[in-house]
Ligand binder design. Sequence first.
Ligand code: 4NP
Length: 165
Amino acid sequence: MTYQVLFVCLGNICRSPSAENIMNHLVQQRGLSDRIQCDSAGTSSYHIGSSPDRRMAAAARQRGIELLGQARQLTADDLDAFDLILAMDRENYRDICALDVSQRHHAKVKLMCEFCQHHTDRDVPDPYYGGAEGFNYVIDLLLDACEGLLDHILTLDPATSDSAS
Ligand code: 4NP
């Protein structure tokens, strides 16, 4: 069984594709690609079909990570399909929960910053209207959160850890 993780922000062109690709990078480094699968989506329809934001991609590339993928909008079906859904900020969290009309999936929706081991932010800040330093900060914050998230997933499901292979 593959553990399915979905990262969600507003536009799906800055924060959530960064989280998806950083997490994929860490998962590949640990040889877990056949056990953990990542995807991302936006709560809005603003940028459907777009590639990741160039400024975000440049910041990620400085850390050795390529941002792949095209923006798509979150659907109610995603709440059924994924095991864990990570909201980049509290507004995303509320919008995701608003799609969960049955209220069956609240427990699988978490704030990304809950998994940070070094940063104390509650939200991954929206970098869209700011400068380059905001994009660099998002990458640093997400590297921290993704490390913590991967450790968390491995404690949840021993079958996904290296030692089980
Ligand atoms: P994201 O950033 O939610 O991290 O992808 C944004 C992208 C686009 C907009 C806002 C935030 N926008 O207003 O178009």
